[in-house]
Design a protein around this ligand. Structure first.
Ligand SMILES: *[C@@H]1O[C@H](CO)[C@@H](O)[C@H](O)[C@H]1NC(C)=O
Ligand SMILES: *[C@@H]1O[C@H](CO)[C@@H](O)[C@H](O)[C@H]1NC(C)=O
Ligand SMILES: *[C@@H]1O[C@H](CO)[C@@H](O)[C@H](O)[C@H]1NC(C)=O
Ligand SMILES: *[C@@H]1O[C@H](CO)[C@@H](O)[C@H](O)[C@H]1NC(C)=O
Ligand SMILES: *[C@@H]1O[C@H](CO)[C@@H](O)[C@H](O)[C@H]1NC(C)=O
Ligand SMILES: *[C@@H]1O[C@H](CO)[C@@H](O)[C@H](O)[C@H]1NC(C)=O
Ligand SMILES: *[C@@H]1O[C@H](CO)[C@@H](O)[C@H](O)[C@H]1NC(C)=O
Ligand SMILES: *[C@@H]1O[C@H](CO)[C@@H](O)[C@H](O)[C@H]1NC(C)=O
Ligand SMILES: *[C@@H]1O[C@H](CO)[C@@H](O)[C@H](O)[C@H]1NC(C)=O
Ligand SMILES: *[C@@H]1O[C@H](CO)[C@@H](O)[C@H](O)[C@H]1NC(C)=O
Ligand SMILES: *[C@@H]1O[C@H](CO)[C@@H](O)[C@H](O)[C@H]1NC(C)=O
Ligand SMILES: *[C@@H]1O[C@H](CO)[C@@H](O)[C@H](O)[C@H]1NC(C)=O
Length: 672
């Protein structure tokens, strides 16, 4: 090989090497953009507390030089520009200022900052134009390629009052989600310029004023329009619905102050959704809609969900609703409907939720509800509570119902016995038959309800011995038998795990007697354990429906019975109890000192018993106390001094011979 050839060879080789080398080390990511990202990250702090499950993935960014390989960052695979940043739920906290380096990422197409704790600096007051009180700062509009923008759930996002960034986004933006941010003011007309929007979510903000008619220009909205939970008022503009022949799949205007008569609304819906082949969800919950539902609603054949609850609707429910064979969710609750429940509903075999509660339905309990329960395999929630349903329940109501999980018939005028046959392997989670006129005994087949969490039979005329066998239902958490005619002893459960999940047990106003079984109390293990999940206010049920029983606390009530004997000291083990009411019984002996162990206790009522001797000093030290009633006993020692006594919201020691007098509180009644 000649020297030059050799050199040339070397040159090629090294060139090749260099080339290879540079390929392997060149970051796809552009340094200027990765710097912008890091600067953006540096301008914020990461807040992780034990309560939240957020995940600060930015902390791993430093592990690699190529920002395109960072978690949550997406680059264009050809140009290397950052086109996506997904910092959803990333524990970020801080202020998004107009000089933020984030706005330098001009190629961003998708920006998701939802579920963080950003706030914006209150700037640019001089630009207060239309009071969408708009987006962050005008700078976000420099991101003119944005297709998706999610800023929801940033509680402190007070948008600075600038005009709505329109022209830069009108060609690109397809999805705008600002749910649960504090956008103030009116939706500006300029929203109509975001012509490519497919999804617009402005729920849970602080929007006022009327729905802008310019929405009619958002002809591409095909998936979702959510304006719910604001203070939007007035009527729906006539042309609002004129959305490219009804391609919008979900329209939610719930929880606003929107008015108008239902016939107008239905006409508009029909005009835009006529012959629409898809499936529509329409939510107008909690507004000021009035009038009757016109039967033309039955021609909206693509309706899958119809939520008209919490309005001022009246008249009868259209009989033709059964024509909507695809209907899965029907909520007409909290209106003023009267008359009958349309029988045709039994052909809605896809029903998932049927809620007609809180109306004035004055029919005999319809027999067709049994085929519905048997045949609608998806039926999960059936709520007919708070009406005036009469007559008896069909014998086979629940005999074939394997799918239903919530059955609420509370507050009607239903008579007769509870249907004897519950289907085997049923999915019932909640049964609420309270405040009716049921009589007779409890059917043993309730034991088929192995998923039962809540059983409320209060305020009926059920006459039976104490149903200790219910204790074997493995998931039972709430058992309310208050104000019936249960009698006899509360025997201790035989099965090892029975009643262990009970959080609320209310046996008040019955004819139960005998001593309080220590073994019974020792099985109430759920009342002993302080678990976080149950600490806060929460509902049972799912997001479509909240069970009528609101479980806010753990409580044990046996007031107004004939329990006798001493209060077992083991009561002090029920450490997570919030409430304990043993009043109006015949309990004797000392109030056990162990009651001072009930550190979560907020109310304690031992009044109208036969307790003697002293009030334990330990009671005075319970800091969570609000209500204490020890009146009408035979307590004789002086009231302990100091501690929390006199700081409670209410306390009574009246009618104890050895203590000074206080006014009387409660007496036993049958409808409390
Ligand atoms: C991003 O910021 C957080 C806290 O502000 C920090 O812990 C983390 O190291 C930063 N990430 C990078 C790659 O600098
Ligand atoms: C770049 O990404 C697009 C969209 O994700 C994909 O269709 C395309 O095949 C990718 N190109 C290369 C060269 O990886
Ligand atoms: C951005 O502005 C804030 C105050 O408005 C200032 O404190 C900060 O230094 C600025 N940051 C940059 C990178 O210029
Ligand atoms: C915009 O909102 C601010 C504060 O909410 C208010 O003071 C101002 O009058 C509003 N401006 C317009 C044009 O509505
Ligand atoms: C659009 O973005 C450019 C920068 O890309 C900016 O200078 C301009 O002010 C923006 N226009 C609007 C209306 O926000
Ligand atoms: C819809 O857009 C057109 C053209 O941009 C405009 O002239 C019209 O005023 C808009 N309609 C409404 C109701 O804002
Ligand atoms: C119900 O939905 C199916 C599937 O989307 C559709 O084919 C059918 O036409 C719908 N029925 C009615 C009455 O619209
Ligand atoms: C409901 O369907 C029946 C049978 O298909 C039809 O005769 C009736 O006109 C429909 N009712 C309405 C209000 O559309
Ligand atoms: C239901 O109430 C309406 C209005 O009060 C009354 O006209 C109707 O007779 C009642 N129906 C029944 C079955 O009681
Ligand atoms: C279920 O529906 C079919 C027809 O729709 C009916 O024949 C049958 O009786 C129903 N089942 C029950 C248990 O009512
Ligand atoms: C308390 O006990 C006495 C005697 O043991 C009894 O006469 C009285 O009825 C009891 N009081 C109550 C309220 O049970
Ligand atoms: C209360 O219990 C005592 C004995 O402990 C009994 O003499 C009395 O009759 C009982 N009172 C009531 C009202 O049950």
């Amino acid at each position: 090989m000649e020297f030059y050839q050799f050199l040339y060879f070397l040159f090629c080789l090294s060139g090749q090497l260099l080339l290879n080398l540079s390929f392997s080390t060149t970051q796809l990511c552009r340094p200027i953009q990765s710097d912008a990202l890091l600067q953006f990250n540096d301008s914020l702090t990461v807040e992780t507390d034990t309560d939240s499950d957020c995940d600060p993935k930015m902390t791993t960014w430093k592990n690699s030089l190529d920002c395109c390989s960072w978690d949550d960052v997406t680059c264009d695979n050809v140009t290397g520009n950052i086109i996506g940043l997904d910092l959803l739920y990333s524990c970020l906290q801080g202020t998004l200022r107009s000089n933020s380096s984030l706005f330098a990422l001009r190629h961003l197409q998708s920006l998701n900052l939802a579920f963080n704790n950003f706030c914006t600096s209150p700037i640019l007051p001089e630009l207060s134009v239309s009071n969408f009180s708009s987006l962050v700062s005008i700078e976000i509009s420099y991101l003119s390629k944005l297709i998706l923008l999610y800023l929801s759930f940033n509680d402190n996002f007070h948008f600075a009052p600038v005009s709505f960034p329109k022209s830069n986004w009108s060609k690109s933006l397809q999805s705008l989600t600002l749910s649960s941010t504090r956008i103030l003011g009116k939706i500006p007309d300029s929203i109509g310029e975001l012509k490519n929007l497919k999804t617009l979510e402005l729920d849970y903000c602080q929007l006022i004023g009327s729905v802008p008619s310019s929405l009619v220009n958002l002809t591409k909205l095909t998936r979702e329009l959510d304006l719910s939970k604001n203070k939007i008022s007035g009527q729906i503009p006539r042309r609002f619905w004129n959305i490219e022949k009804g391609t919008l799949e979900s329209l939610d205007i719930s929880s606003n102050l929107i008015e108008g008569v239902m016939i107008f609304l239905v006409t508009l819906l029909r005009e835009s959704y006529n012959n629409f082949p898809g499936k529509i969800l329409f939510l107008a919950t909690d507004n000021g809609f009035s009038g009757e539902i016109p039967s033309s609603v039955c021609k909206l054949s693509s309706l899958v969900g119809l939520y008209l609850d919490h309005n001022n609707l009246f008249g009868s429910i259209p009989q033709c609703l059964g024509n909507l064979t695809n209907l899965s969710y029907l909520d007409l609750s909290a209106n003023k409907f009267e008359g009958t429940l349309p029988q045709s509903l039994d052909s809605c075999a896809l029903l998932h939720t049927l809620n007609v509660s809180h109306n004035k339905i004055n029919d005999t309990f319809p027999k067709w509800v049994s085929p519905l329960i048997a045949n609608a395999t998806g039926l999960d929630v059936l709520d007919l509570s708070n009406n005036s349903l009469m007559g008896t329940l069909p014998e086979c109501l629940l005999r074939f119902g394997k799918y239903l999980s919530i059955l609420n018939l509370r507050m009607n005028m239903i008579q007769g016995v509870i249907p004897r046959k519950f289907a085997e392997d049923n999915k019932l989670r909640t049964i609420d038959f309270s405040r009716n006129q049921f009589e007779g005994t409890l059917p043993q087949s309730l034991l088929h309800c192995e998923n039962l969490e809540v059983l409320d039979l209060s305020n009926n005329r059920i006459e039976d011995t104490f149903p200790d066998w219910l204790g074997t239902l493995p998931k039972l958490q709430v058992l309310v038998l208050r104000s019936n005619m249960f009698h006899g002893f509360v025997s201790s459960p035989k099965e090892a795990r029975s009643i262990s999940e009970l959080r609320i047990l209310d046996l008040s106003n019955n004819n139960l007697s005998g001593p309080l079984s220590i073994r019974y109390i020792m099985k109430l293990t759920a009342m002993m354990n302080q678990d976080k999940r149950w600490g806060k206010l929460q509902y049972m049920g799912d997001r479509f429906y909240q069970d009528s029983v609101i479980v806010t606390m753990k409580g044990l009530e046996i007031r107004c019975n004939h329990f006798g004997g001493e209060l077992p000291k083991d009561i002090g083990n029920l450490k997570s109890l919030k409430g304990l009411n043993f009043s109006h019984n015949n309990l004797t002996g000392y109030i056990p000192l162990s009651i001072g162990n009930l550190i979560e206790l907020e109310w304690l009522d031992l009044s109208s018993n036969n307790f003697t001797e002293r009030i334990p000093q330990e009671l005075a030290d319970l800091t969570s106390f609000a209500f204490l009633n020890l009146s009408e006993n035979r307590l004789i020692k002086p009231i302990p001094q100091g501690g929390q006594f006199n700081k409670f919201k209410s306390e009574s020691f009246a009618e104890n011979p050895g203590l000074c007098g206080f006014p009387l509180l409660e007496t036993c009644t049958n409808n409390s």
